[in-house]
Design a protein around this ligand. Sequence first.
Ligand SMILES: [Zn+2]
Length: 327
Amino acid sequence: MAVATAVSLAALNGGAPVPRAGAGACALTSGALTPDDLPAGSSVLDCAAVGRLVTHAGAGVTVPEPGMAVSVDALTQDGSAHGFTLAVAADGTVSYDLADTGTHAPAPGRATVPDHAHAAGGAPGRARAACADGAYATADHKEYGTYEWFLGDGALPADLAPGDARRAFEGAIGTITAGRNDCGFGDAVTAEARFVSRTGNEADVDRDAHCTARDGVSVWDAGDLSGGVVATTCSWSRAVSGGPDELREADVRFNTGDHAFTDRPTDTCFHTYDVRGVATHEAGHVFGLAHVGRGHESQTMFTNSFTCSTAARTLGRGDVLGLRALY
Ligand SMILES: [Zn+2]
């Protein structure tokens, strides 16, 4: 995928020179870069770009070493999409996936997951809509084995005690690895997850919700992020020939600096996000799902999160189809 993108962009350039490994100087300006400064086809080796920040449409990632890709996904208050992927091939060549809205919508009547009669059990209104909409989008990575994750040792969303936060996140991650839904679809996800321990390491996300350099430890924690962002996931993966990239680390940070969270929304809930719903959405990113946009509000992977709603705790049809496309 990454290679194909670089090649097609080079072809579109119509013969314009594309920097290649060893081709010589590449002077980068200081400060944050954009994809215009470090275009697809350029070399992180020629440009000494590893460790530099690249921003695009309000999101940002730190350029990884050759052979790695990094994705940033921000869950926002207003539903605006903030996310992209920067991949560095083994030879240092850069490619991007800047579109966060590559929604796959199966044609009506060509569903690949059989419906079951008990689809309307539970919450009827949302369940019907969620189970009718098959739209999904995937990032180009997946967990091939077991996602081993840690809980940060600082404050946690909703001021949850560590044991309660662990249970909330474990439940959310388990919803993805078990493909839990109210639509009657069985589990087809082969990936697993395992909580390891609390850690002094932090999620590798800075205050601007940009992904910093990875520390090799997958951490779920809380902190202050840019105001419109509810939570951010940064994921790092390594290229696999003939398949989606292999997840190596994924960190999740909740923005407790600007938003209120609860793990039990009540009738009097106001402007407060459901920890488990948000965590399920972020876990979707960890395991390779990307956002679906307007018109797909019933799906857990919709670009924004609704306050005081627990609907995102269970998966919709598109969420399940996306996982089935990957696993
Ligand atoms: Zn998201």
